[in-house]
Write a protein that binds this ligand. Sequence first.
Ligand SMILES: [Zn+2]
Length: 271
Amino acid sequence: MPELPEVETTMRGLSRVLDGARLERVEPRRPDMRFPFPPDLVQALTGARVTGLDRRAKYGLIHTDRDRTMIFHLGMSGRWRIDPDEIGRHDHLLLGTGDRLLALCDPRRFGFVALADTPLLQEYPAFAAMGPEPLGAELTAAHLHAAFAGRKQAVKLLLLDQRIVAGLGNIYVCEALHRARIDPRKPAGAVSRAALARLVPAIRAVLELAIEQGGSSLRDYAHPDGQLGYFASSFAVYDREGEPCLRDDGGTITRIAQGGRSTWYCPRCQR
Ligand SMILES: [Zn+2]
């Protein structure tokens, strides 16, 4: 499933092709993905110039000079193919700029496309109650302290709450908690200020590391049939159950279930 770093890398890759370009071809290949394509998608975007690309949580944003923004979500299996040799049955939306062609490919069709008026983007339902971007300046220890105050739920579960931090997925929450040496089971309200001060840079570091690794795969991504892969090489706890902690502290990575999902952590250094 594409997580925030994959979406960020996707936007950087798409920027190279789309930023400043005119959309000459906007072609849905079926009526819907997870949701129907907006009925005015073709009319709204055909002939529009792309004025910038952005990301909010795990949503991609393509801004145009018509004050309309195309929003997309990659769902479970979505990716953009650049200049594909041929259009496949899982390519559900084509965007052409004249000399370049982009295909939104999504075999499982949990992804979707929406349109919003750019000035009203903050009111788009998914964004309205969303917390700060983990890579932005608004995510601070003070913000987490206020959001966690009095909360008894495990800190790991609250970090997955989009209203507290936007776009943090399971893998990166596990990685950040290990980096910050915080026990994922700890009641959020009981996490110390000092630990929260470690957590904020830890969140940024694990995301930036993944984006950096994704950046090195951009070459593959730009390949006609390139696929945006998982940046799986450098996880400290994710999927490492039973293996020694990389801190060399004698701890063994342990997997538990929290809120129906797996959490990996080191009981030795995460307190
Ligand atoms: Zn450890």
